[in-house]
Structure formats: C-alpha cells, structure tokens
Write a protein that binds this ligand. Structure first.
Ligand code: NDP
Ligand code: 8G0
Length: 371
C-alpha cells in the first residue's frame, strides 16, 4: 500500500521524501507532509510540503527485487509528480540506490530528463553534500544553539545518537569533527556503547556499504558493549542527545531519564522523535531543544539547492554547498530563537519554529485567494 500526500504548494512545488518501511500508513504520511510544509518554509527556498511512502519492507530484498519495486512504484506515481509539481526524494529505507531506480523509471515513462527527484547520484544531477546535509545541518543548528544560549559548543561533550542511517551517520561525523564524543548509537535491533567514541568509517562500512546490523561493530572494536534493546539508549548518560531514527522514539520516561542525567541539549534529526509529553518536559526543564522542522531542515535545504543546480544545469562544489548549508542552519536557529523570545519563552523553540514557518505559508495562501 503506497501513499503520496501533497499537503501545500503555496510557496513552491510539493517537496518531501519517500519512506519505505512496514510501519508506513496514511496518518504517518499526513503528519510528515504537514511538518514538511512548515520546515520547507523555514529553509527560505521555494518549496511546498509533501511526503510519500509504502509499507513495503526493503529489508532482506535483493538488489533486483528493490529495482523492480521502485519501477512499479513509479509506474503509478509518475503521473502525480514533476520538477514543477512535486519533487520526491529519499527517506527511511530509501537511499541513493532507490532514488536512482525511481528516477530511471520516471525518465523512461516521460521521455524527459528533469530534476524531478533529489538525492540523485552525482553522475546524473545529484548535489554534492546532499548525503551529508541533514546530519551536518543538525550539528550546525545545535552548535549555534549551544553558542547563543549557553556560550558553549560540541567541544568535549558526550553525545548519544539514535539510529545509524543517513542522518545519524553524518551527524556522528560532524559531532566528532566539532570536538564532541559520540558514545552510543543504535539501529532497530539495539545500541552500541563505547566511551572512547564511535568510528564513523566503520559505521559507514557496516550500515551504508554492507547494509548489516550495528552489532557488527564489535568485530572492529571488541571492547564495545552491545545492548539488544534500542530503547535503552536514552538511559546512557550524555550532555547532548540527537534522536535520528524515527518518530516517537523518546517518550516521557526516556525524557525523564535524560533530564535526570543532566542533559544540556536535545535536537531532533529524525522527524518528531520526541512525543508531545517528552517535548514539553524538555522545555519545562530548560533543556535546549531543537525541534525537527528547524533542526533537520538541512536535508531538504540542500535538496532545494539540488533543484536550483538542476535548473541551471550546473553543479556547485562541496565547499560551496556546505557553506550555504551552515549559514542557513545558523540563520534558521536565530529566526526560531528570536521568534520564541518574542512570544515570551526563549526555550520554547517549538513555538518559534511553528510561528516562523507558518507565517510565510499563510501569507502566500491568503495572497493567492481562497476557493
Ligand atoms: P535511514 O533509513 O537511512 O536510517 C534509519 C535509521 O533509523 C536506521 O538505523 C534504522 O534502523 C532506524 N529505524 C528506522 N525505523 C525505526 C524504528 N521503527 N525503530 C527503531 N529504529 C528505527 O533513514 P534516514 O536516516 O534518512 O532517516 C531517519 C529520520 O530522519 C527519519 O525520521 C527521517 O524522516 C528523518 N529525516 C531524514 C532526512 C534525510 O535527508 N534523509 C531529512 C530530514 C529528516 P534499522 O536499520 O534497524 O531499520
Ligand atoms: O530531500 C527531501 O525532500 C527530504 C528527504 C527526506 C526527508 C526530508 C525531511 O525533511 O524530512 C526531506
């Protein structure tokens, strides 16, 4: 069963990823498309909000099975999307391989080469730094939040990151580069803990290049502890928590554990990883909080830059894209923070992000008239 939710196109073509996971249903697609609308507005680029997915489980499927699934999926979806209509991308279970197969099928059916997907391979219109964008952007946002609100940074901080997919792995790389130590990471089967820090190259080799389970890490670093329950990662003592797996992974009990362990900041790499109760608990306890629609906007931001590059038929260097990403993530933080302060509570970045994102969409909708 597959879905595409086209939520809002007031400020640009519908834009948002495609999720392949057995948990996909219409309700999850709708909340993700709604969030995407406000997030895309925060990026400052001309993109509306959408999301899609299928309850197909890619785990354990061969490369050819994945290709055939992607082709069949696009054989229906192609009539609903287009570079100026609706521009999908990857998401959970959908990486560069799947986007390539989907793009190929779209091109076959439409007989045109356009920027209809983002997250494409570099050989056919993909942007440099798109794979890194969400994880890096999350760290740029969080580092700015630490600087402005607590006059500190990632340096010498203990960090835990849930998940070990696209967002999580590049967050690991950037945290390490900024001087932090990532002591724990997970996948849906469990989490690993190593007080000396987790090795990005090894995670990339296991998860991206070989699609294996995270406990393989023990073969490289035998002193690492593996706990076969991914939920328990939130009991690990840390200064900064970056949930980067999926929705509702931090509930109130997890939030209480993090606060009891004196967590300084929580920033969402995944979409809505904290339940509403957990979010409110962080804000009430003055934990620095980066809501997903602001903190993980770097992915779709660089997707927007990929669309621009495709339209111009040229490509920017890694450094150029990374610099635009960093500047814009810092700008998003400042906008959200100022807005939260304006409405009475600088810790309520949820309010700040919602109001800032909403204003532009609402203004555009009103100006375009109602029907
Ligand atoms: P990936 O498929 O690359 O990685 C997902 C990771 O989360 C894997 O480690 C996976 O474990 C774990 N995971 C997924 N579902 C569950 C679950 N139900 N319970 C426990 N663990 C789970 O996806 P991404 O990294 O791309 O996406 C992660 C999150 O970030 C999602 O919420 C996505 O919407 C959001 N996001 C992604 C962006 C992007 O650019 N990719 C941009 C902005 C937000 P396992 O391998 O065991 O399944
Ligand atoms: O590039 C995108 O449009 C995209 C892909 C996956 C997730 C997201 C998101 O912002 O949640 C955007």
């Amino acid at each position: 069963r597959a879905f595409r939710v086209q939520f809002n196109s007031a400020i640009g073509p519908y834009k948002g990823g495609i999720r392949l996971h057995p948990s996909v249903n219409q309700s999850i697609m709708k909340f993700l498309a709604f969030e995407q609308t406000l997030k895309n507005s925060l990026t400052g680029l001309a993109m509306g909000g959408g999301k899609g997915g299928c309850d197909f489980d890619p785990k354990g499927k061969s490369d050819v099975e994945i290709m055939h699934f992607c082709q069949s999926f696009i054989t229906e979806l192609f009539r609903h999307i287009g570079a100026d209509t609706d521009v999908p991308a990857g998401d959970i279970g959908t990486g560069a391989r799947e986007v390539g197969y989907m793009f190929g099928q779209y091109k076959r059916l439409k007989n045109e080469f356009t920027g209809v997907f983002t997250g494409k391979g570099l050989a056919f219109g993909g942007s440099l730094a798109r794979p890194e964008a969400t994880g890096y952007g999350l760290c740029y946002f969080t580092n700015k939040m630490l600087e402005v609100m607590k006059q500190t940074s990632f340096k010498d901080k203990k960090v835990i990151i849930s998940g070990s997919g696209n967002v999580a792995m590049y967050a690991l790389q950037k945290v390490t580069e900024l001087g932090g130590t990532v002591v724990a990471m997970s996948d849906s089967g469990g989490y690993i803990y190593n007080e000396n820090g987790i090795d990005f190259e090894v995670i990339k080799e296991i998860k991206l290049n070989n699609r294996l389970r995270i406990n393989e890490y023990l073969k490289y670093y035998p002193e690492t502890v593996y706990v076969a329950n991914s939920k328990e990662i939130w009991g690990v003592k840390c200064d900064i928590a970056l949930p980067c797996a999926t929705q509702n992974e931090i509930d109130i009990e997890d939030a209480e554990k993090l606060v009891a362990n004196n967590v300084l900041a929580v920033a969402e790499g995944a979409n809505m990883p904290c339940t509403l109760e957990a979010t409110n608990y962080f804000i009430e306890n003055n934990v620095l909080y980066g809501p997903a629609k602001a903190a993980n906007a770097g992915g779709v931001l660089v997707s927007g830059l990929e669309m621009s590059q495709n339209s111009m038929r040229l490509s920017w260097s890694f450094e150029e894209v990374d610099e635009k990403l960093k500047n814009q993530m810092e700008k998003i933080f400042m906008e959200v923070y100022e807005c939260a302060k304006h409405y009475g509570n600088e810790y309520n970045t949820v309010l700040g992000a919602n109001i800032s994102g909403f204003k532009k969409v609402a203004t555009a909708m009103m100006a375009q008239g109602v029907c």
